[in-house]
Design a protein around this ligand. Structure first.
Ligand SMILES: [Zn+2]
Length: 171
């Protein structure tokens, strides 16, 4: 006896497809990292696009000029297109560049937190800068840090990168 072919959803156990289940699976597979260095990379105070950006930062998948050069893209220079003071690595692009340091000063001033001289990407991802009495405060601060690196990248750096490598389409 022949049966008609049918679609079956096997990832939820009951055979019923639900977008919510699929979304949860994608989140758990893509956004939860096993990297102990970064801890959890979830923060419900930021949009998914910021979480995805943070995940890409954590994995070193942001196309700064040094990374493009490593992947064999022929560039005239890997120096920062904004300040030309250093090579454009992730740490420089998002934190150390003189063009973004003023923004960081204002963010820390706004939160009344003294900015550590050794601020780095790992601290920002973990939100381990400053002391907070509650988990809520720490998560809000982390969401501010994440939003800040997202917007730094999406505005000035992206514009300059496009100008620098013009013919390459950057994500
Ligand atoms: Zn710079």
């Amino acid at each position: 006896m022949q049966q008609k072919d049918t679609w079956r959803w096997d990832l939820s156990g009951n055979g019923i497809f639900k977008c919510k289940v699929l979304s949860g699976l994608i989140d758990s597979k893509l956004l939860n990292t096993s990297s102990s260095a970064s801890g959890t990379l979830r923060n419900s105070f930021v949009p998914k696009k910021v979480e995805v950006f943070v995940w890409r930062v954590n994995k070193g998948r942001i196309p700064v000029l040094v990374e493009l050069d490593k992947r064999g893209i022929d560039l005239n220079s890997v120096r920062c297109p904004l300040c030309d003071n250093d090579i454009e690595c992730l740490n420089h692009a998002l934190i150390k560049c003189e063009k973004v340091r003023e923004l960081w000063l204002k963010i820390f001033e706004w939160w009344n937190i003294s900015q550590p001289s050794t601020l780095n990407i790992s601290d920002i991802l973990k939100g381990n800068v400053g002391q907070f009495g509650s988990d809520l405060g720490k998560r809000l601060w982390q969401s501010t840090l994440w939003s800040c690196i997202y917007h730094i990248w999406k505005t000035e750096m992206r514009r300059c990168l496009r100008a620098k490598v013009g013919r390459y389409r950057l994500p």
